[in-house]
Write a new protein. Structure first.
Length: 274
């Protein structure tokens, strides 16, 4: 089963390509399923006062869903289109997030932590946020947010679980044991939630040069029995499926036989190789 469940499009402002371009590219590549999963609109900051091109405006959300549904019908029989959302976890805004999720007919929702307060730790324009901070303290806050996100039960898939490493900022080898403990606590929270986790291949193209999550975390997730799915986190059509062959090979090497797919927020495990 060839799938890519993590993609972004022109509406979010920091990606290029229309939704239909991704779907057509998926057909060309032979994908069985493509997940359209653009960013949830900003809810905890005023978009006009924040960094530009972070997420789709709130008024675009219904148009996004409508276009996704149209493409799902238009390309039926050629590729299975899944309508998704990458829904930021923002502590204190759980009710706002829940309403967005409940108001639309999603096939799945990815739960990702990008923000620590108003600091987006995944935005290259905001790497100055690390200045003057103890990296270990940032890691503690990040993984605490991941645990809280998983505990909400709002999401179907937990996204890029160790994206905190994206730009290469690290607490250092002397704190490896504590970092491992933080990772394991986050994975235990995902396991308790009963939700799936993605293997996000995009990290191979980032400064960290490693998928999200790391092999170390992936092995622990498999030991805990966490269902896994796949995503490229493509931000342009030609990047669709990038590095997913490497991700699939790793899953096979680690003995994973099935991956998670979703429809109407119901998870179905399918054979990785079929």
């Amino acid at each position: 089963m060839y799938i890519d469940y993590h993609t972004h499009h022109a509406r979010c402002g920091h990606a290029v390509g229309e939704l239909e371009e991704y779907v057509k590219r998926g057909i060309e590549m032979g994908l069985h399923q493509i997940g359209l999963s653009d960013h949830m609109p900003l809810i905890h900051v005023k978009p006009e006062d924040y960094y530009p091109e972070m997420a789709m405006p709130m008024e675009e959300l219904p148009r996004y869903v409508e276009e996704c549904m149209t493409l799902k019908e238009r390309y039926k029989g050629q590729i299975e289109v899944r309508v998704g959302l990458e829904g930021d976890y923002i502590e204190g805004y759980e009710r706002h997030i829940e309403k967005i999720i409940q108001d639309y007919p999603w096939d799945y929702v990815i739960g990702s932590v990008h923000f620590l307060g108003e600091w987006d730790i995944t935005d290259f324009r905001q790497t100055h946020g690390w200045e003057g901070k103890d990296p270990l303290d940032v890691y503690r806050k990040y993984y605490d947010a991941v645990q809280k996100a998983a505990a909400t039960g709002l999401y179907d898939i937990m996204g890029h679980l160790d994206v905190i490493k994206r730009f290469g900022f690290s607490p250092g080898v002397e704190h490896t044991d504590e970092v491992i403990a933080l990772e394991q606590a986050a994975l235990a929270a995902v396991s308790r939630s009963g939700k799936a986790m993605e293997l996000n291949a995009s990290g191979l193209s980032k400064a960290c040069e490693e998928m999200f999550p790391s092999r170390r975390m992936l092995e622990e997730a498999i030991r805990l029995g966490i269902p896994l799915t796949l995503g490229s986190d493509a931000h342009q059509p030609q990047k669709l499926g990038e590095h997913l062959d490497t991700a699939r090979e790793l899953l096979e090497e680690l003995g994973v036989e099935k991956i998670a797919t979703f429809q109407n927020r119901v998870r179905k495990m399918v054979l990785l190789k079929e």
